[in-house]
Each structure stands twice: as C-alpha cells, then as structure tokens.
Design a protein around this ligand. Structure first.
Ligand code: SAT
Ligand code: MN
Length: 578
C-alpha cells in the first residue's frame, strides 16, 4: 500500500519532535543558506575562494567515515527473502527499534524535508523519493547528488508514488547506529550516521537496495555500475555499463582521459556509480544514471590519474575528511604534489607524517555531474543510453586476467556472480582480503542473491540482442608485487578490444574461463609495456583457477536451493574442465 507524502511527514514530525520543519525547494538560494548555516556552526569550512570557489570542507565524526555494513538491515517478511547476503530483522521488530531511536531525536533541531528524483526529469524510468533529515550537510549533499524540489513534487503528482526515507544523525554513537530497509513497503530508516552511503538515502539505500527489489517486481535492474560512452574514430559512441566494488576506480574509469585520443578514441561520462537498466519497446537495454552528482573517493585522484575529476571538483563542491593546506586548499595522498608544510590532517590536527595518512582513505568529494568536462551530451536523456556491453571488474592481484569475454549470457551471469574482490576502505572492516562480491552488489542487493542470480539469468532472455559480457581486472601483480598493467588512461586499450568484440571483430582464444584476447589484438601502440608483462596479464593461471573454483563452490553453497540450476551447471562445467 502506498503511503501519502504529507501524512507521512506529519507522522515523522510527531515522532521526532523537531523545532522547525523546512521543505526544501532545491533552489540555489536554499543551497547557499544551508552552506551559510554550516559555516556559522562549524560543520563546514570555506576553502580558498580563488582556487576552489564555492567549495567547502566537512570533517566528520572520526567514528563515522564509511558505510556500516554490519549495522545495515534488509527487513523482508520472510528471512529467506533477504538472504545470507543481508542482515535481517522482522519488519515489525525493526520498526519498533527505529521508533525508539527516532523518538524525540530532533528536539531543538531543524527537520529538512527533501523531495527528490532519482533519474532525469521526465524520464519514464525515474523515481521519486523523500528524505527527511536533521542534517544540513545531508540536505546540501542531496542538492548535489539528486534533483530536488518541484521536479519531484510534480512527478509525485503524476505517479502517486515515492520512497520515504527518514534519517537522523542522532548522537552519532556507533552503538545507536542502524540503517534499516523494508523493501516490501519501500521504507528506509537510517539513524546515527552522517556518512554518504549511510545518510544520503537516495544513493545506496534507495537507488540500489530498495530499487533492486522494486526492479525485480517491475522487470528492470538497479546495478552498482558506472555508465560510459566510448567514441570511435568515426564518431560513433558505444555505451557500456561497468560494475566494480566501492573504491575500485569506477569514477576514474567513467572519466578516463583516453591514451588513444590521437587515434580518435575518447570517453564520455554518463554516470560513475549506479545504473538503472530497462528494456525498451524494441527489446534494447537502456541505462540511466539515477544520480545528479559524484561522490568520489579523493585519495589517488590527481591531475595525472584523473584530470577530469580534478576539474569537476574545482568549484561548487563539498570535500569530506580530506587534509587541508595552509593555503586553504584540499590535499590527499596521491594528490600529485608533496604534502606542504603546515598541513592539517582530516581531523584538523597538524599532520606530522607519523605513518598515519593526512586524508582519510575514504575521504570524498561531492560535485555536480554537469561540471564534468566530458559529461555525455546524452547523460540526461529521458530514454537513457543503449547498452552494448556489460563489464564486471574487481581488484585482484592474481588469478583473474586483464580481460575475458563470456561465452554467452548465462556464462556472463556466472562471471558476475562469482566475482571476488579485495576489500577497500569504503566499508568499515579489514582492507585487502578477498571476499566474494557478486556483480559488486553484495552490500547493496535488497533481496536474496540466489534469487538475484535467477533474475539476471531470466533478464537476458527478454533482450532482443543481449549485450556481451566481460570480466576485467586492472590490478593483477607480478611475483614481486608490481602491477602488470599501468591502468588509468591505458584502460582504453581494453575498452577498445571490448568495442571490437561488440562489432564482431577483435581476436580471441577460447579458454576454459572464456575468450581471452590474443596479445596482438590489444592495441599497445605508443605504450611502454614489456611483451612478457602483456602475456602474463592476459594469461589464465590454471592452478590459481583450481583454487578459485573451490572458493566459488563454497560461496555458492550458501544459497542452497535458491542457487539457479544454470549457475550450478556453469560451476560444475568449469570445475570438470579444470
Ligand atoms: O559511501 S557510498 O556508499 O556512497 C560509496 C560506496 O561505498 O560505493
Ligand atoms: Mn558505489
């Protein structure tokens, strides 16, 4: 049953008892007012107005710097429907718990009511949400990351549907932090964290967890994927959707400056984190970026590695947990300049190079997508862009070759479902261990992943010409721990091979794990890469794969009867061939 917007806001008001209620209209004046309030109360610091106009620094509570996966719950009525991939509570218990946390929590505070749209205005694929929050930082960030105000209220008038999300900073204590989703009622409750993925409810909570659940019912897909257009020398643009776990370079890939620009290959950015994929009337897969901004990882971003991102963030941006130079400019590890004397670390204390990083490893920039110098002219097309290739990638120092192509759709789903990735700082927990992260959706799938795999398998059958599916790994290392592939702008050479394959060209050898490019089919012109390194990075390592397949079998076993037969067959066939 769909809730009405005004009565729901009223209920939240009665529960949380704010001092005042403010409905956001998404205007520039409102944004400036939010910023001014935060400058006054110290939530934000103004950055250098000459070099970073209208840019601000936010330092979060040191205990609140990443997504809290252990405190994130998906509350379906049956526990099995949430799956082992999610923490679960019964919906009624969850609601009781949340009500206790939220009771009176906004006393003395302003409640912001933020109506927003995920997706371009006027798109049949866009959806409305409303976030209620007591954080001005969240309200300002939502201005950048989504489309706020009348555009949302107008669409709500037409659809009569919205996703309600209630958020409060609470007292920020991790003991009282909880992020709850009730997908069957499309409800989100988030308490006790101001961090992006926990607090900007349009992003992971709505656009992935709630949306993936809606998508299965409605016949589409909500995925943790960047969207890019690859332009070839004759000016044709081919669009790809690429899944990578958090903090593994999606923003860098989406904004890549091609090292083959002299040959006429260039990238257009459509989105850097989330793709909503629909099948149009012709049976063609089409993608929209539901977001309006980028919430990118700062460390490692430089004029060398991602000049496009550096230009995107040089105005109208909010920086979170980066270091601050005496010139009032942001700085982080991998900024491309040495740390200046007098640097303040992300907590605002003098940095003395004692082994701790100056910027938090998960520090972020929040910038409007329209500022991206290579934003695709089609990024807000209501119909989305046509997708010709799906790419699954992850950080793996061994075993997985630079690129391979699946035999067919089902095998492609298997490649996605069996993905393993080394963990990063985007979530709290140990960094650098391999965990299975199917389709980079493990933390974001709003239902049982066994069912999710089944849904992916069936989805392919509805496409007239299913996109080809690839698996990539830029992060493979040699025996001395050195990266075999330079990555960044050189990744265009891999995308070019993918494009060749889409066009029915590009040489490959058929191996047990998929089609792998012949060394001469990767364009290495003008590149300083030893042929032995190319051979190694493209090789498929049989003994590594024997271990890999055992781990996949173990991982799949948790899905019991919900694991689709087709995936059981894929893994059995791989194991027998190895
Ligand atoms: O923190 S976010 O969830 O917004 C980014 C990410 O982890 O992918
Ligand atoms: Mn992400």
């Amino acid at each position: 049953m769909q809730m009405e917007m005004k009565p729901w806001v009223q209920q939240c008001t009665e529960l949380t008892k704010p001092e005042r209620v403010y409905w956001c209209d998404g205007s520039e004046g409102e944004y400036n007012q939010l910023i001014n309030t935060m400058l006054k109360d110290g939530t934000l610091l103004q950055l250098n107005a000459t070099t970073y106009p209208n840019c601000y620094l936010h330092r979060s509570n040191p205990n609140d710097v990443a997504r809290a996966e252990q405190l994130t719950f998906v509350c379906t009525s049956s526990k099995d429907d949430a799956g082992r991939n999610n923490n679960w509570m019964a919906p009624d218990d969850a609601k009781e718990k949340m009500k206790e946390l939220f009771r009176d929590c906004m006393r003395g505070r302003t409640m912001f009511v933020i109506p927003y749209v995920m997706g371009p205005a006027g798109s049949p694929y866009s959806k409305v949400g409303v976030e209620i929050t007591d954080s001005a930082y969240v309200a300002a960030s939502m201005h950048i990351m989504t489309r706020v105000g009348s555009v949302a209220l107008d669409q709500y008038q037409r659809d009569g549907e919205f996703v309600p999300g209630l958020h409060s900073l609470g007292d920020l204590s991790p003991e009282r932090r909880l992020i709850v989703h009730v997908p069957e009622e499309k409800l989100i409750w988030s308490f006790g964290s101001g961090y992006g993925g926990n607090a900007l409810l349009g992003k992971k909570c709505f656009a992935l967890r709630i949306a993936s659940h809606m998508a299965r019912r409605e016949g589409w897909l909500a995925e943790h994927m960047l969207i890019l257009g690859l332009e070839n020398p004759s000016g044709n643009v081919t669009y790809m959707a690429v899944a990578f776990p958090s903090a593994s370079g999606k923003t860098n890939l989406a904004m890549m400056v091609s090292s083959l620009s002299n040959e006429g290959y260039k990238i257009w950015t459509v989105g850097d984190d989330i793709a909503w994929l629909n099948i149009d009337a012709e049976g063609q897969l089409r993608a929209i970026n539901p977001e309006a901004g980028f919430f990118g990882v700062a460390p490692g971003t430089s004029h060398e590695t991602n000049p496009v991102a550096m230009h995107t963030m040089e105005k109208n941006s909010i920086f979170t947990n980066v270091a601050l130079t005496p010139a009032n400019e942001p700085w982080w590890e991998g900024f491309g300049t040495p740390p200046p004397a007098g640097l303040l670390d992300w907590q605002g204390t003098r940095w003395n190079n004692d082994g701790k990083t100056a910027a938090h490893p998960n520090s972020r920039f929040t910038s409007p997508a329209r500022q991206c110098p290579i934003i695709s002219p089609h990024w807000e097309d209501p119909q989305g862009v046509p997708i010709s290739a799906i790419v699954f990638g992850s950080r793996r120092s061994d075993t997985i070759p630079l690129v391979s192509q699946s035999f067919d759709w089902n095998h492609g789903v298997f490649l996605g479902a069996s993905m393993g990735a080394e963990t990063t700082a985007a979530a709290t927990g140990t960094v650098g261990i391999v965990r299975r992260d199917p389709m980079a959706m493990l933390p974001f799938c709003g239902y049982n992943m066994g069912d999710y795999f089944g849904y992916w398998l069936s989805f392919g059958k509805r496409l007239k010409k299913p996109p080809l599916i690839f698996r990539v790994n830029w992060f493979r290392k040699d025996r001395n721990g050195k990266f075999l592939w330079p990555g960044y702008g050189e990744n265009i050479r891999v995308l070019k091979w993918i494009l060749d394959r889409v066009r029915g060209r590009g040489n490959a050898v058929k191996t047990t794990i998929g089609y792998i490019p012949t060394t001469d089919s990767i364009d290495t012109s003008g590149m300083n890469l030893a042929s032995s390194a190319l051979l190694e990075v493209l090789s498929y390592d049989r003994s590594g794969w024997k271990k890999e397949v055992d781990e996949i079998v173990k991982f799949f076993s948790q899905f019991d009867t919900r694991l689709p037969v087709a995936l059981q067959e894929e893994v059995a066939s791989l194991k027998s061939q190895l």
